[in-house]
Design a protein around this ligand. Structure first.
Ligand code: FUB
Length: 448
């Protein structure tokens, strides 16, 4: 296979240059749009291979449609701090891809014999006999790239949303979608089909099905897929005792979500907990083709069926009390008087703030690690026109008070400090409550 040395050298440089840390709840990546998350555990770490949505520019992308030029990869060992390893592949690096199409849609990655195979769909160049969406493979020695693309897409496959799976006996399979969901065996080289593609039968007949993701647990093959049963996509699953089926539809993993037509997901087990990675348009509320990846925990029933996952803002993981605790990513909220809004609606990447406008309104943020009684002060970045009093408690709104923070009246944001008045140990839920009737806005809370 032809190797593109120049692309390789360029990507090596880029991978180092762009390695930065991002810290997040849901959505987990806050400095760019990310979608279609394929999460994988490689060498004890979680690697996330999402699509990279960008706002469609006139003359570049179709108006009001997906616009996707390249892929980044992210990694984490706690699901809270994510390292962006930079761009691993762009449409300009792939010989068969129409580099004016901005169609680098949902990818996935798998390892075999020390190599990482990155599967991605895109529009083939005009004149290519495999016009339309093809699925290509790019190979790397490392999970974070650089990835070297094959010169041609996989023969015999047309469609999107590739999902490779290797069974315990070493046989590899490729799932993908093109209205229906298809499967074929892959040869050991992971680059060619080893069987004729077949449509997976017994899935719902009506409504688009796409984004297949197959995993195996306790001998059961779970085929999970977004499906439009009503208006927008919801995530469903079917099970089988054979990766080629027949599958039996078992239920819904995540209901339709408001505002975002697509959902696309992956499911992994990491440190003895199962997680659902999925997307929503949190950072682009008025345009659902600019999406953001979220994570929530997923649980199985004893009989192997999957419990429905309710999307949360809080997401997963534990937040260190010395970090900026973004309480707008709350786990629970009072019935009245508390809400959230963007810090800057013209630049949603600035994140959110919590707003209180009624005495005793509160927000609860779960799983904050206070260590061993090491914090002496609470710090709040807040804004209050007429001055307000904020009370911090543990566990619930009536729980033990740990601090009272007086926010002086003012016309700008202020960072205010107040003493912690009791010993706090371990992982606790933090409750933030407004104690007077003046309004207050809070950007974040931290402890030192
Ligand atoms: O990201 C583009 C397309 O939207 C994906 O291929 C689908 O699964 C849907 O999420």
């Amino acid at each position: 296979m032809k190797i593109f040395i120049y692309s390789y050298l360029f990507l090596v440089g880029l991978s180092f240059a762009l390695a930065v840390n991002v810290l997040a709840q849901n959505p987990i990546i806050r400095n760019q749009f990310t979608a279609d998350p394929s999460a994988r555990v490689f060498n004890g770490k979680v690697y996330l291979y999402p699509s990279h949505d960008i706002p469609p520019e006139k003359g570049k992308c179709r108006e009001n449609w997906f616009c996707m030029e390249d892929y980044h990869v992210f990694s984490s060992d706690n699901l809270v701090e994510w390292t962006d390893h930079g761009i691993i592949l762009t449409q300009h690096d792939v010989p068969w891809v129409d580099a004016t199409s901005y169609s680098m849609w949902a990818p996935d990655c798998i390892d075999r014999n020390g190599k990482y195979y990155f599967f991605f769909p895109s529009q083939a160049k005009a004149g290519n006999e495999k016009r339309g969406f093809g699925i290509g493979v790019a190979i790397s020695e490392k999970p974070y790239g650089p990835f070297i693309p094959e010169t041609e897409p996989i023969d015999g496959v047309s469609g999107i949303d590739p999902n490779p799976f290797i069974d315990e006996d070493g046989q590899a399979y490729l799932y993908w979608s093109a209205g229906n969901i298809y499967v074929a065996k892959l040869k050991d080289n992971m680059l060619e089909l080893a069987s004729e593609p077949k449509v997976i039968e017994n899935l719902p007949e009506k409504g688009l099905k796409e984004g297949p993701y197959l995993f195996k647990r306790n001998g059961i093959y779970y085929l999970t897929y977004p499906h439009v049963e009503n208006k927008t996509e919801r995530i469903e699953y079917a099970i089988s005792d054979n990766p080629l089926g027949p599958f039996e539809v078992k239920g819904v993993i995540m209901d339709e979500s408001p505002n975002c037509w697509t959902n696309h997901h992956s499911i992994i087990e990491y440190n003895a907990q199962w997680y659902l990675f999925y997307h929503h348009n949190d950072l682009s509320p008025h345009f659902d083709k600019n999406r953001s990846v979220r994570i929530d925990s997923l649980f199985f029933n004893e009989d192997g069926t999957i419990q429905k996952v309710i999307p949360t803002l809080r997401g997963v993981g534990i937040t260190d009390a010395s970090q900026k605790i973004q309480i707008d990513r709350y786990s629970a909220i009072s019935k009245e008087g508390a809400s959230i809004a963007f810090n800057d609606s013209n630049n949603t990447f600035e994140g959110w703030k919590a707003m209180f406008d009624k005495a005793n309104a509160w927000l609860m943020y779960s799983r904050v690690d206070f260590g061993n009684n090491k914090f002496k002060s609470a710090i709040i970045r807040a804004f209050s026109k007429n001055g307000s009093l904020i009370q911090l408690t543990l566990n619930n709104e009536k729980g033990p008070v740990i601090s009272h923070v007086k926010i002086p009246k003012g016309d700008t944001w202020q960072t205010v400090k107040a003493p912690v008045i009791r010993s706090i140990k371990g992982v606790q839920d933090l409750v933030v409550m407004l104690k007077n009737d003046n309004t207050a806005e809070i950007d974040w809370i931290s402890f030192e």
